[in-house]
Design a protein around this ligand. Structure first.
Ligand code: ZN
Length: 224
């Protein structure tokens, strides 16, 4: 089980550069085991090209390395805070993906302009005000500003945090967040150029799409 989770975390970390979500060594994916006493996370400062499965670091809930030779990501404390305060989540991703970070840099949440946004996030993706990275500042801010059911928070002037039940869902949300941010930015620009109005969905309409996507009708049954 441990080995499987470690593989999942390794593959998910590689999926960040593959999907254009990170620059250099920034960005990290983690996951917590079922017993909620061990977290696997990317090591600090290792390039994605050189990252090997055995480099993924296992830590306990106090942040002590219990498996692996390398130091854990410098963002470990934020991941730990989220696992301790959000018992329903199983995986956390942090990136500075460009379009989502651009919204965060101007301190703007992302309204629900498209069905793809409504499907995955269900509501406006909130933007927390800027905080520094000391102690629990980032973790506290994410927990404070998150919206029930929405698996992402933009961090003012910084980047994004994504938190989901599973690694697969977290990666999907990280990819879709960047897609939604890019499409929203392009649509806002086009609306300005073409003098068209761009209005967000009502809460009710957004929820309709979200419920359909999360209600078991989407995707293939019996597919592993
Ligand atoms: Zn960061």
């Amino acid at each position: 089980m441990s080995e499987y989770l470690k593989s999942e975390v390794y593959e998910a970390n590689l999926a960040l550069p593959e999907n254009g979500l990170v620059a250099g060594t920034s960005g990290n994916v983690s996951a917590i085991n079922k017993a909620r006493n061990k977290i696997y996370i990317k090591p600090s400062g290792v390039s994605y090209k050189k990252l090997r499965k055995q480099d993924i670091v296992g830590v306990d809930l106090k942040g002590k390395v219990v498996e692996g030779e390398l130091n854990a990501s410098v963002d470990l404390s934020h991941h730990l805070y989220l696992y301790k305060h959000l018992p329903e989540i199983g995986s956390v991703i942090h990136t500075h993906s460009v379009y989502a970070t651009a919204f965060a840099m101007v301190g703007s949440s992302i309204p629900v302009y498209s069905t793809a946004h409504a499907d995955i996030f269900g509501k406006e993706i909130p933007c927390a005000p800027y905080v520094d990275n000391q102690g629990e500042h980032i973790g506290k801010s994410v927990v404070k500003y998150r919206q029930q059911g929405c698996p992402a928070v933009l961090l003012g002037r910084h980047g994004v945090f994504i938190f989901e039940e599973t690694v697969a869902k977290a990666i999907k949300a990280a990819i879709m967040l960047e897609h939604v941010a890019q499409a929203s930015k392009e649509a806002l620009e086009l609306a300005r150029i073409l003098r068209r109005s761009l209005k967000p969905f009502s809460k009710k309409e957004a929820k309709k799409w979200y419920d359909r996507h999360h209600g078991g009708c989407y995707g293939q049954k019996n597919r592993r």
